[in-house]
Write a protein that binds this ligand. Structure first.
Ligand SMILES: Cc1ncc(COP(=O)(O)O)c(C=O)c1O
Length: 357
């Protein structure tokens, strides 16, 4: 169905016509031997934009996080990360399962930040009973906290703390350009103190496949071998990288439009009876919404699906919407009017005349 309004994720953004043309015409070679000229150009450009020496093209953000972890630290060391971070919650425990890295989660605050005191007290002192702390992981923007933004100052402070203890830092910057746009700073400033940064081409930048890992030439060389280990070394990947190059030139500067569309949606949702939106956490392109009984996430999502609208379900009472370049204000108007009807049907009169109504 082509007229479905897909707000499940920014990964639903289709490639642009310019990307499709670039993909069709891409010059290719064997990326496994690092000989694909388009991949090489993409890696050089990504490194330049993030202010790092080198970059590596990987098939997914999940693999990008894992190769970074494997490249930065030794087998058996512990990883400090947020208890709501994507790597901890949604990546199948890959660092523990594949890398032999136990997780040491510390609480994420409401905006996805970590308290430096919590991080410091999670760092292991030398003791025969303890694993060594091998890595600190940050996430910006923070997906599960609602696309919230980690400030340059907090990023610097947390990196300095880790480095003072000899611990490297990996930044899951899946949506780092959304964070940079929201803060009005270059992405390189957010990436500066992290040893490696992963960002996704396949989210708000609308590339069909691929993520980048950026870091020093030495770490990226190790990451390249880890990518091979995980089966992520590709062949004529220039066909995909060509879309990535278009994205880096054409899709970054327009991200504030997605943020404005998300804000418009969030403000509309907050007016619906039975819908609770924490507007302070709507900082980029993600909108979480808590539903009050008798509404439930499954029922609302199913009713939306019947109306040709897709959202994601997070537990019994939460749904998530993510905007991207293919979503316009007119789409959001359609979503809000569908929801008004759904609330009446599912919520009955109690909600329809509720306090938010
Ligand atoms: C913050 C964050 N990190 C990593 C990933 C993983 O990316 P991928 O789906 O490409 O594996 C995602 C995916 O949504 C994400 O939101």
């Amino acid at each position: 169905m082509t007229d479905v309004i897909d707000l499940r994720g920014d990964w639903a953004a289709p490639p642009t016509p310019a990307m499709r043309r670039a993909m069709a015409e891409a010059e290719v070679g064997d990326d496994n031997s690092h000989e694909d000229p388009t991949v090489i150009r993409l890696e050089e450009r990504a490194a330049e934009i993030l202010g790092k020496e080198a970059a590596l093209f990987v098939p997914s953000g999940t693999m990008g996080n894992l190769v970074s972890i494997l490249a930065l630290t030794e087998y058996g060391t512990e990883i400090i990360l947020g208890d709501r971070s994507h790597a901890y919650v949604y990546e199948v425990g890959s660092a523990a399962v594949i890398g032999g890295h136990p997780y040491r989660p510390v609480p994420n605050d409401r905006f996805g930040g970590l308290n430096p005191r919590d991080v410091e007290s999670a760092i292991r002192p030398p003791n025969i009973h303890f694993p060594r702390t091998g890595l600190l992981m940050l996430e910006n923007t923070h997906n599960l906290c609602g696309g919230t933004v980690l400030s340059v100052e907090l990023t610097r402070q947390l990196c300095a703390l880790a480095h003072a203890h000899g611990i490297p830092v990996h930044l899951d910057g899946s949506r780092i350009f959304n964070a940079a746009a929201a803060l009005g700073v270059p992405a390189a400033e957010l990436a500066q103190d992290a040893d490696t940064v992963m960002f996704c081409l396949s989210k708000g930048l609308a590339v069909p496949v691929g993520s980048m890992v950026c870091g020093s030439a030495e770490v990226i060389e190790r990451a390249r071998q880890k990518r091979k280990l995980l089966g992520g070394a590709m062949r004529q990947a220039g066909v995909l990288a060509a879309a990535g190059l278009v994205a880096l030139e054409q899709m970054i500067d327009r991200l504030p439009e997605d943020h404005a569309t998300a804000r418009y949606l969030a403000e509309g949702l907050a007016l619906l009876p039975g819908f609770v939106v924490d507007l302070e956490t709507v900082q980029t392109n993600i909108v979480f919404c808590t539903l009050e009984p008798p509404l439930s996430a499954e029922a609302v999502a199913a009713a939306l699906r019947d109306a040709g609208i897709r959202c994601s379900v997070f537990g019994a009472q939460q749904i998530r919407f993510v905007t991207h370049y293919a979503i316009t204000r007119a789409h959001i108007d359609r979503v809000l009017s569908a929801l008004q009807q759904i609330v009446c049907e599912l919520g009955g009169t109690r909600l329809a005349v509720g306090p938010n109504g």
